[in-house]
Design a binder for this molecule. Structure first.
Ligand code: ZN
Length: 309
């Protein structure tokens, strides 16, 4: 099962991926240590996702402010998960928050539930700020003469993910649909939908891929994610044939060639989703995340998945 990772995990890093376009990386990219994006212009900055805790969101805000963009602040939430949205409030009432309509609904429904999974994290005075503007599949922002396209390709990591695509710069912010170096996580989304979405993302022709966690990558990150998800489907098909539960199948096979990816216990959550898809029904239909989280802890030898937020 390996040694627990050291706590703390290093300082955030701002990487310029195109002129005035930045990836804000929070090492090591594990649970709740998400990436953000910052797109700067004379009128202001577009911030792609915030952070999990107040302290981390304030640090992100300071990094955004250091870039010398104009005063406007637009925050795009790629999906409802708290590590990408809890920091919205730190950007204040003058910031406009944009997300897919489904993301807004899921944020309202789940509230601050994530904080209960890791009670030892110093979340700070987290306050839910829901999006002011919602889209149903596409929206274009214009910053100076830069085009920023918000796109939705169907259910994937969640049921309502938004990716942020800069067609001129060929930079793509994927949210958690892609997480280079980390184990994919589709418990609240879909394996099949993720595979279809990866096809659509590949077709955009990005040269730089900033995932929702992990290092800055290129289009090879799509292949790595796809390989993992196809393997999950194979393991699930075999497990169902043999009458195993997702936890039993996960314990028996282990992460195999994907052992190098961060947070391998997500295997159990991913298998639950693949199992649900083999039973049929609507893609991304809700499963019980708390029960599955308990099983991921069990898979982990009784240790809570490591969260260093
Ligand atoms: Zn997520």
């Amino acid at each position: 099962m390996g040694e627990p990772r050291p706590a703390g995990a290093g300082d955030p890093e701002l990487v310029e991926v195109a002129d005035g376009v930045y990836a804000y990386l929070q090492p090591d990219g594990g649970w709740c240590l998400n990436n953000a994006g910052v797109i700067t212009g004379r009128s202001g900055a577009v911030v792609v996702d915030t952070a999990a805790t107040v302290r981390r969101a304030e640090r992100l805000r300071a990094a955004v402010d250091s870039l010398g963009a104009g005063p406007g602040r637009t925050v795009v939430n790629t999906h409802f998960h708290g590590d990408h949205t809890f920091g919205n409030s730190v950007f204040g009432p003058a910031a406009t928050v944009i997300a897919h309509a489904g993301t807004r609904t899921e944020m309202a429904e789940t509230g601050l539930g994530l904080t209960a999974l890791w009670p030892d994290v110093h979340w700070g005075e987290v306050r839910l700020v829901l999006p002011d503007v919602t889209h149903h599949g596409g929206l274009t922002l214009h910053t100076d003469d830069r085009r920023i396209e918000l796109l939705h390709f169907g259910p994937a990591h969640t049921r309502s993910d938004t990716v942020v695509w800069l067609p001129e710069e060929r930079v793509l912010f994927t949210g958690d649909i892609v997480m280079p170096g980390c184990t994919p996580f589709v418990l609240m989304g879909t394996v099949e939908g993720s595979l279809a979405t990866l096809e659509r993302l590949r077709a955009l022709g990005a040269t730089t891929v900033v995932g929702g966690h992990g290092r800055v990558a290129g289009p090879e990150a799509f292949d790595e994610t796809e390989a993992y998800l196809r393997w999950i489907q194979d393991v699930a098909a075999e497990g169902v044939r043999e009458g195993l539960t997702p936890l039993e199948a996960g314990r028996r096979c282990g992460p195999q060639e994907f052992a190098g990816l961060l947070d391998p216990e997500r295997l159990v959550g991913n298998l639950h989703r693949a199992w649900a898809e083999l039973e049929g029904g609507e893609l991304g239909r809700p499963l019980d995340p708390v029960a599955v989280f308990r099983e991921m802890t069990e898979y982990n030898g009784g240790r809570l998945p490591a969260c260093h937020a």
